[in-house]
Ligand binder design. Structure first.
Ligand code: FES
Ligand SMILES: [Fe+2]
Length: 393
């Protein structure tokens, strides 16, 4: 009899644990897909700052363009042909061939050259035409438009500047810890937002108590609240492209507002210009590093890629939990951003946070031509795409 009771108890326990596991880790976290009115989206974009700030942006991850491969990437109002020669060097050029405008991404890689599919002209990684199979004389102006790029942290980064200026800062030397960390997973999503909304979110102290006050653990969220202490600092001088945001999140019992010891965590978010930021999460269950890249694709259309890393030996379930918690919080923000307008003259009160200071910091990434580009016809696709897990180990 006792054995039977024990067996039933064990079965119940397994069932409850399975339900919890499903709710916490497996329940799909796909964003609500919204219907957008294209005309309204155009109007909504008009209030926002220019769509393409100046800075480094991720075109793709390094493993998306293997040796001997060429791909097309549409971003920043451009179409890029991204290829990797047999020597491992990546070249990024305008997708349209300077000869008769065939699409170079439909060509092939031969040695360290990209070969056009139309008349087989060959271009090196610097865009220079290196060979024309039916002509001995190569005109010096036979060159594809190329872009300043850098491969760092497993990403192909492109420098974008509306005035065509050379990089004012470099990505070398940052994120040394990635060498010690283990890659966990990547997710990719296309959002109907302006990337400045993400930056303003960190400076918007008041919203934390209303948008991010719940955790995702079922039942627990009825009993506890998340309390945030936030602070943001803006760098100056040669690192003025950086800003750092710290969020200490504690769990507190709802009934008496008492903090639950050791249950909270800390997130330090570092902005490296407008194109990417790094979250460093430290909690009792483990640490995690999230590289979040924002690549503007058009008016109010931004590709957001998340690359998750953790110190070697971190419990996989802990990373999964932290990641689930973080993405649930992002989705709550995104649901707001995708339906908001840009407040050009916000009505701010005490307690709102340094939103204006954040706007001043962000304004360094716009130059006069950014506003001229903004006036060009919208190329935005107004259909949001669902979250897609691209790779994971
Ligand atoms: S169009 Fe590219 S070689 Fe002619
Ligand atoms: Fe937020």
């Amino acid at each position: 009899m006792l054995l039977k009771i024990f067996a039933v108890f064990l079965l119940l326990l397994v069932a409850v644990l399975a339900v919890f596991y499903y709710l916490i880790f497996l329940k799909p976290r796909v964003r609500a897909k919204l219907d957008f009115d294209p005309e309204y989206e155009k109007e909504r974009a008009a209030n926002y700052p220019p769509p393409y700030p100046n800075g480094w942006f991720s075109l793709c991850s390094s493993d998306q363009v293997k040796k001997g491969q060429v791909i097309q990437v549409d971003a920043l109002g451009q179409k890029f042909a991204v290829f990797r020669g047999e020597n491992g060097v990546v070249g990024v050029m305008d997708v349209y061939c300077p000869h008769l405008n065939a699409n170079l991404s439909n060509g092939k890689v031969k040695g360290n050259h990209l070969v056009c599919p139309f008349h087989a002209w060959e271009f090196d990684a610097n865009g220079q035409c290196a060979h024309i199979p039916y002509c001995d004389k190569i005109p010096p102006q036979a060159a594809a438009k190329t872009w300043t790029i850098k491969e760092n942290w497993g990403l192909v980064l492109v420098w974008y500047h509306a005035e065509g200026e050379a990089p004012s800062w470099h990505t070398d030397g940052y994120l040394k810890e990635l060498e010690q960390y283990k890659f966990h997973s990547k997710t990719s999503d296309v959002l109907r937002i302006h990337l400045q909304d993400f930056a303003e979110n960190g400076a918007d102290y008041a919203h934390f108590s209303y948008v991010h006050n719940l955790i995702t653990i079922p039942l627990f969220k009825e009993l506890v609240n998340v309390k945030h202490q936030v602070e943001i600092t803006f760098s100056e001088g040669h690192e003025k492209h950086m800003a750092s945001f710290t969020n200490i999140a504690d769990l507190a019992w709802k009934h008496n507002d008492q903090i639950i010891p050791h249950a909270g965590g800390k997130a330090v978010v570092t902005f490296y210009g407008p194109g990417f930021l790094v979250f460093q999460f430290s909690t009792k269950v483990g640490n995690m590093l999230l590289v979040k890249t924002f690549t503007p694709l058009g008016l109010l259309k931004v590709r957001m890629d998340d690359y998750v890393y953790a110190p070697k030996g971190t419990w996989n379930l802990a990373i999964k939990y932290l990641l689930g918690e973080a993405s649930a919080q992002f989705h709550d923000d995104i649901n707001i951003w995708e339906q908001k307008n840009f407040a050009t003259k916000p009505l701010l009160v005490k307690g709102d946070g340094p939103i204006i200071k954040m706007r001043q910091w962000y304004s360094q990434f716009y130059t006069p031509s950014s506003y001229i580009i903004q006036q060009q016809p919208a190329t935005a696709n107004v259909t949001p795409e669902p979250v897609e897990v691209v790779r994971s180990n």
